[in-house]
Design a binder for this molecule. Structure first.
Ligand code: NCD
Ligand code: ZN
Length: 423
């Protein structure tokens, strides 16, 4: 019997309302016991005094680019970045090549994830075949193959009638839509429509491009009863809409990418194409609204939208591929919000664990006795630099490249096995 005993860490597990110094005993990959002091002579001891201990983080929005674009990332490099960031479960988006619109590709992702054996890699299937927005994918087959949600992420579903049908089917399967909300015709350009786009003469993506789709899909969720999760929300009005429909009882939820909480459109002036992302970095006012959205509980969870691209794809802002890597920077960025007094540690951890688990009805994100022992141990004050030596992704597209970050994962444990250890 394999036993691991984590001693004297400061445990924060929002799923059980636990916050304090506890020992955790892990046996056969599961949480066996949590108590103020545990003695277990047969167990391997991990001294985690001085660190924060929490359920392993869950990221419901990552791009691992596998199959098809493995020069940007693959399931192995992506898994390494994930566990280094404290994530034990990731949901990978189906905008791969081929897309995850068929059971074979879903299987490939699941099997490769298992073979790599670091974090749990769960595929999301597409809403439409080939992500082309014309014909629905076979959700029954995709769910049977292990897809935990449906999304055309990267593109919106423009056809409202098709989206309504998708939702009706998702209700029958008790699944969830992960919704990339941006109207194609309004969001054709590179960065936020605002003073920086005007200054640099760059093409634009307007806030209403996002808000129109958020409104439509909240309405469709309200009418059909389908669980709809709005991805990477960025505007004040979009939040007002989500709040309105939550208040009316629609099963809608939303996520925020930490980059939208730390940066604004002005970051494009400093980081160029590495600050290009969809939806784009917006205004200071918008960022303030997002922070309020977290505090008021309108925003449910964090999601990194880890979107690796190579340097040659990130040269001119106007022509660059959109996206920012985020698996290793999410925790330091969220801790920055904690240090600014925006959120408590408990709230931060809830947004990385319990909330994403609830949105996808996953049995993780908790250290309740008997649950899989997915655990993260981190030092909120340890400083480190994101560079060639510390980065596990194959890509380096982030405004934080080369910067000193505060907050580091010390151990990541998945089902009782140490899958990452800080040097
Ligand atoms: C994502 C990508 O690169 O796949 N890019 C992005 O800017 N967020 C797609 C997406 O999440 O919309
Ligand atoms: Zn997206």
């Amino acid at each position: 019997m394999l036993k691991l005993l984590l001693k004297k860490g400061f445990l924060i597990d929002p799923s059980q309302g636990l916050e304090g110094k506890y020992d955790i005993l892990v046996e056969n990959g599961k949480v066996k016991k949590i108590d103020e002091e545990i003695f277990e002579p047969e167990a391997e001891i991990l001294d985690v005094e001085g660190y924060i201990v929490a359920p392993g983080f869950i990221d419901i929005h990552v791009h691992l680019r596998d199959p098809g674009q493995t020069y940007k990332e693959d399931i192995e490099s992506g898994s390494r970045a994930a566990v280094a960031g404290g994530f034990t479960t990731v949901v990978c988006m189906p905008n791969t090549n081929p897309p995850i619109d068929n059971p074979q590709t879903a299987n490939y992702v699941l099997e490769k994830g298992k073979k790599v054996g670091l974090c749990r890699v769960l595929p999301a299937g597409t809403i439409t075949k080939g992500r082309k927005g014309k014909e629905l994918a076979d959700y029954y087959a995709l769910k049977k193959a292990g897809c935990v949600a449906f999304t055309d992420d990267g593109s919106p579903v423009e056809d409202s009638s098709l989206m309504r049908k998708a939702m009706e089917l998702v209700v029958q399967l008790d699944s969830v839509i992960l919704d990339h909300c941006e109207d194609d015709k309004l969001a054709y350009g590179a960065i936020n429509e605002g003073k920086v786009s005007a200054l640099l003469g760059l093409s634009e993506r307007s806030p209403e491009a996002e808000e129109i789709h958020v409104a439509r899909d909240c309405i469709l969720s309200y009418r059909t009863g389908a669980r709809v999760h709005i991805q990477h929300i960025t505007t004040e009005l979009a939040l007002d809409i989500v709040k309105h429909f939550k208040d009316k009882g629609a099963p809608v939820s939303c996520e925020v990418n930490p980059n939208h909480l730390i940066f604004t459109e002005e970051e494009v002036l400093h980081s160029g194409a590495n600050a290009r992302v969809n939806p784009p970095l917006r205004t200071r006012k918008g960022r303030k609204a997002l922070i309020k959205g977290i505090q008021e509980g309108v925003i449910d969870c964090f999601a990194t939208d880890h979107a690796p691209h190579q340097t040659f794809e990130k040269e001119l802002v106007e022509f660059a591929s959109p996206g920012i890597i985020g698996l290793q920077t999410a925790l330091p960025m969220a801790l920055e919000l904690y240090r600014r007094g925006v959120i408590s540690l408990k709230k931060m951890i809830e947004m990385f664990t319990l909330k994403p688990a609830q949105i996808l009805k996953l049995p993780y994100g908790t250290l309740r006795e008997g649950s899989p022992a997915d655990i993260v141990v981190f030092d909120p004050n340890k400083e480190w630099v994101l560079n060639e030596e510390t980065n596990f992704s194959k890509s380096r597209n982030t405004p934080l490249w080369g910067k000193t970050l505060k907050g580091k994962v010390i151990y990541t444990i998945k089902e009782g096995k140490i899958v990452y250890k800080d040097k």
